[in-house]
Design a protein around this ligand. Sequence first.
Ligand SMILES: Nc1ncnc2c1ncn2[C@@H]1O[C@H](COP(=O)(O)OP(=O)(O)O)[C@@H](O)[C@H]1O
Ligand SMILES: [Mg+2]
Length: 213
Amino acid sequence: MTLLEAKNISHSFDYPLFKDINFSLDEEDSMSITGISGSGKSTLMHICSTLLKPDFGSVKLFENDIYKLNEKKLVNIRRKDIGIIFQAHYLFRGFSAYENIELSALMTNFGIDDELLEKLNIKNIINQKVGELSGGQQQRVSIARVLSKKPKIIFADEPTGNLDPTTADEVINILFDYISKTKGALLLVTHDDKLANKCKYKKYLSIDGLIDR
Ligand SMILES: Nc1ncnc2c1ncn2[C@@H]1O[C@H](COP(=O)(O)OP(=O)(O)O)[C@@H](O)[C@H]1O
Ligand SMILES: [Mg+2]
């Protein structure tokens, strides 16, 4: 099944960002997007993950044109089937790491996966308040939170920006394991060529669209 299909996408804010973006992701596919700051990588992620409507073009998720779905179905897809790991994680600071992850697991009725906490190396800090954790620990908690709801597509926008190279590599491998186990797909924005190169498709975003690299 095609999980994500982007067709002829163009978008401008104060200036044109990109035009004619076309790609699709099937089960177990991964695609990295690199590009200079301000080229529109985050904007393209927002478009593909339902958060922003493009000026032109269509986005299909699980073979549904998202702008032809009713609001309820769209909310369901957003809530259950797509997982977004942002550059700036939006954890609730007054809550513990565990409570933050629990919120997401509750939304979809999946339990919290102990093995995942272990792999992300956050089991020992799970009862600490988010405000007490380091940036890297917070980022790993936010990744656990996203994976705990078992999404079919992961949108990761510079997910390893706060992590040291070894931890970054481990975290990316967890995302790859996840999509291969669940037959999901990964769209990864990163500045790190080494991580970008691990993806099946490697693209560079420019004004003319996505270029193979
Ligand atoms: N909601 C918005 N309104 C106006 N301009 C925006 C908005 N979001 C992003 N931009 C502008 O679009 C450009 C691309 O931003 P972004 O997609 O964040 O790039 P990247 O992630 O590649 O660094 C930037 O110039 C940014 O200021
Ligand atoms: Mg960005």
